[in-house]
Design a protein around this ligand. Structure first.
Ligand SMILES: NC(=O)C1=CN([C@@H]2O[C@H](COP(=O)(O)OP(=O)(O)OC[C@H]3O[C@@H](n4cnc5c(N)ncnc54)[C@H](O)[C@@H]3O)[C@@H](O)[C@H]2O)C=CC1
Ligand SMILES: O=C(CO)COP(=O)(O)O
Length: 374
């Protein structure tokens, strides 16, 4: 007798914007039965009946094993995994609504790349604060994942991270198909901050692009931006290696290079001279970087981490720095880490000069009697 095939995994994605819808498609193409929760009933109906999300993914056909509802209770009934993909600033309210409906002991996965204004909390921390859930059942997914490219089945990879390797594997198995590969790690802090921080550097890239600066300027910002990202994340407990991987460098490259990036686009508008309020009005999609600048700078300050590029992005947003003045050489450290010469022939003359200066200063202080102790 042939063994009966295991029933398909049932998963729900909360949030039917560009990434929520795309990730729902990734999961469906990986074999799960997927429910997408949309806030607006008309959007749920279009996804369910026309298999389209014409506002966020124009021209993309959605698979048959993906349905949609605007009924939260229905979306959360009898599921094996839950993925969250709403704007970061609304997550807390969404969690409060869903908390009484959450099935016990399922993995809850953040797909978001922002921090909460006011608290500075990462999305996994907001989840841990609001939901009565074992921390080992919380996961995050991040990487170079521009929604529209993935919706067109262009191959990419991501990282699923949880303090529990078992949970990370469970989620990665669902978030895997022929065009989407999920790797796993246990560095939730690094994986999550990688996604948040690259948005800020992408805003900087957009700004200088809008001003009309070229590839040298952008390469310097990307390179020094990665150092800022890494210093910040490591100071908060991340592993350096994570920031050199898909969730750090990988996502930084994708977001800084692509006109599909909303953070990059918002930056470009600022660089072209639009004021912050106008940019917010023009963007009808989530550009997380705009809300993350202030909490990230506050977190950096609390750990004594210097973030000159992010700081300048904050100043451009506040209207106190002209976009044309945002440049990588405007750093607070004249020999930033990672850019020092390995040849110490330059260091020796500097040390010799300092000793000579100290001797001369000492002579002056002691009435020309020569340095103390001499
Ligand atoms: N679009 C992309 O390529 C990627 C986005 N992300 C992240 O995914 C998260 C969501 O972004 P997108 O889907 O791209 O944004 P989006 O702007 O395309 O969609 C946001 C969705 O959230 C809904 N929404 C707005 N306010 C809400 C509320 N109060 N309650 C519930 N739903 C609400 C909107 O109606 C919309 O469906 C962000 O954190 C973003 O950084 C991560 C990877 C890739
Ligand atoms: O996170 C993303 C790609 O990995 C999408 O970036 P944007 O939010 O800037 O569009």
């Amino acid at each position: 007798m042939r063994a009966r095939p295991a029933p398909a995994r049932r998963v729900t994605v909360l949030g039917a914007g560009s990434w929520g819808t795309t990730f729902a498609k990734v999961l469906a193409d990986g074999g799960s039965d997927v429910t997408l929760w949309a806030r607006r009933p008309e959007m749920a109906r279009e996804i369910r009946e026309a298999r389209r999300n014409s506002q966020y993914l124009p021209g993309i056909n959605l698979p048959r094993n993906l349905t949609a509802t605007s009924d939260l209770a229905m979306a959360l009934t009898n599921i094996d995994q839950l993925f969250l993909c709403v704007p970061s600033q609304t997550l807390r309210d969404n969690l409060i609504d869903l908390e009484p409906l959450l099935p016990p002991d399922i993995p809850v996965v953040s797909l978001m790349k922002g921090v909460e204004k006011g608290t500075g909390l990462r999305m996994s921390e907001v989840i841990a604060e609001v939901l009565p859930i074992d921390p080992t059942r919380i996961a995050v997914a991040s990487g170079p994942n521009l929604a529209l490219e993935i919706a067109k089945k262009q191959p990419t990879a991501a990282v699923v991270s949880s303090v529990s390797m078992e949970t990370a594997h469970e989620v990665a198995l669902a978030a895997r198909n022929p065009y989407f590969r999920s790797f796993v790690n246990t560095d939730v802090i690094g994986t999550e901050f990688g996604g948040v921080l690259k948005n800020l550097i992408a805003v900087a890239i957009g700004i200088v692009d809008g001003v009309g600066y070229g590839e040298n300027t952008k390469a310097s910002i990307i390179t020094r931006g990665l150092v800022e990202m890494t210093d910040f994340a490591v100071a908060h407990g991340a592993e350096r290696e994570t920031l050199a991987g898909l969730a750090g460098l990988g996502d930084l490259i994708a977001t800084c290079q692509s006109p599909l990036s909303r953070n990059n686009t918002a930056g470009r508008l600022l660089g072209q001279g639009y004021a912050f309020a106008e940019v917010v009005k023009q963007m009808n999609q989530t550009a997380e970087g705009l809300a993350s600048v202030a909490p990230i700078l506050a977190l950096a300050k609390s750990k004594g981490v210097e973030m000159p590029i992010v700081d300048q992005v904050g100043q451009v947003l506040a209207g106190t720095l002209a976009p044309a003045d945002l440049a990588p050489h405007l750093t607070t450290d004249d020999t930033p880490r990672g850019e020092r010469t390995t040849d110490d022939s330059q260091a020796r003359p500097r040390a010799a000069f300092r000793r000579a200066f100290e001797r001369a200063f000492d002579q002056l202080r002691h009435g020309g009697r020569g340095p103390r102790g001499a």
